[in-house]
Ligand binder design. Sequence first.
Ligand code: ATP
Length: 591
Amino acid sequence: MRRFPLADAARVRRWIIDTALANKAAFAVTLGCFAASTVVGLIAPRLLGHLLDVVVAGTTVETIDGLALAFLAVLIVQAVLLRYARLRGIMLGEKLLASARRGFVAATLRLPLATVESTSSGDLMSRATSDVDKLDEGLSKAVPEILVATVTVVFTAVAMLLTAPLPALGMLIAVPVFVVAVRWYRPRMRTAIDVELASAADAQAAIAETVDGGRVLDQLGRAPRRITVNALVLGVLRPNGRNQARLIGAFDAGAELAYVLPLLAILFIGWWSYQSGLVGIGALAAVVLYAQALSDPLYELLKWVDELMTGSAALRRILGVEQLRADHEDTARPNPRPEGHEVRLQGVRFGYREGHEVVHGVDLEIAEGERVVLVGPSGAGKSTLGALIAGVYEPTGGSVRIGGVPVTELGLERIREQVVLLTQEQHVFSASLRENLAMTESGSADEPMLAALRTAGLGDWLGELPAGLDTMISGGVTDTDVDGAVTVGAARAQQLAMARLVLADPRIVVLDEATSLLDADSARELDRSMAATLAGRTVIVIAHRLGAARSADRVAVVEGGRITELGPHTELLGQEGAYARLFQRWSAGAR
Ligand code: ATP
């Protein structure tokens, strides 16, 4: 299956700059606190160097006590400042994460359904879960740690240059070693991390599918084969992990060299400068202490840069979903308003896969307010036609127009305003009944919700609910309470979807087996109570129960991806063709 794309470097950069600008005050405070704690921390080696100088020159116990107390005070102030800076850093990280999460959820919810269907669900799920966790780790831990370490390294280097410039120049030897090591390491590690995250997504999808289909696999005796499939997917992770360990090992060796070489150079130049009388023993001791003090922040920097690389790879995956939406909207043409609500299909062709067309040039005009029922054998293409009318898929040939405007030009928002597609499977969210109904803008007031529930035949059920609209409900197979929530069975979920439809108030409705799970009497009852609501709207019904065809304005028989008969029920019966045969068969079965 297809994967979502990775965001390009420009988009990631733009996100970072936009987010940093939006939080510039918080950034400034955090950075200021880190800088203050580092400056205070730098006083300690200077105090020690001074202590050495006064001891060599000869001093009193009081001076030594005073310096020791000052040393202690510096450490305490530094610890307090550092703690506060870290706290601010973590809070900032959480803020950035929340903004990335919000963008991701908004982008995902606005993705075209066809894109979601044709892309690996494991890929999307892992971006929403494990990648967000990795970004969390990167933002709330790596960013503050890297800030501390960078500020410490920079300020320590400046302090070394100010204390004893000549020996401090020995640090420069680290620069070429670091540059070479980083240039070698970064691209290799980035590729390895991309592979790791993508394989982890595949593994998550494979495991989730195995769990979902566990019973079927067991019944068919296919468990061993499935274990092999999972092992193959997981198998990619192991060599990639080994590769990452090798890269880290080689980079650590380079980093070690970049630390040891300057220390040797500082000692060597320092010893020579001291001999030549260019630097005092106190200043030299302070520079060596500074150089040693660099080892911790450098180590932290390297450790957290790895985490940050993982976080940024996760960010590229998370922003990739937004990029897909942005690309889709960029290619969407201007957003015209349809004139009226008639539906016109002209030479419509469609295939789910290339070279496998399932709709072969369908022409159909449905007038505003007309009710057309699509009937035909299983697999004929009825649901596909319904989804094409609802703009779920783009036709590969011909056009589907609503009020004269091709659905491809309408834009997602407007299509969803105009057309509602109800299919057989309806989702019940684990939330209050009110939240389940308020999926549409107009569903916020109580009275329309109660009226919609009554129209959908749920008036009696509502009366039985302990807290009315505030009753917690969840999807399930029985009508028993689980964990305090009232479980809503699949048939009742279809009625709930009808109530949502009433609240959404679209002008065009596609009902694809929307009441198929109700028993025949309940379905008839629901049809009757919905009749007033649907009157005046353009309605396309896909039904196996041909009783629905009797009340339709016209019936379209779909066979093999084509419309083979079209006309009112009585007229088609009189033709004694495919529809007459289908209807006779259905009537015999229904009796
Ligand atoms: P039914 O009455 O059983 O729902 P239908 O007339 O609605 O059938 P469609 O569901 O539109 O028929 O299917 C038309 C063809 O497209 C069938 O061959 C089906 O296997 C194929 N098809 C449907 N959905 C998909 C999909 N998501 N991916 C690939 N092929 C699909």
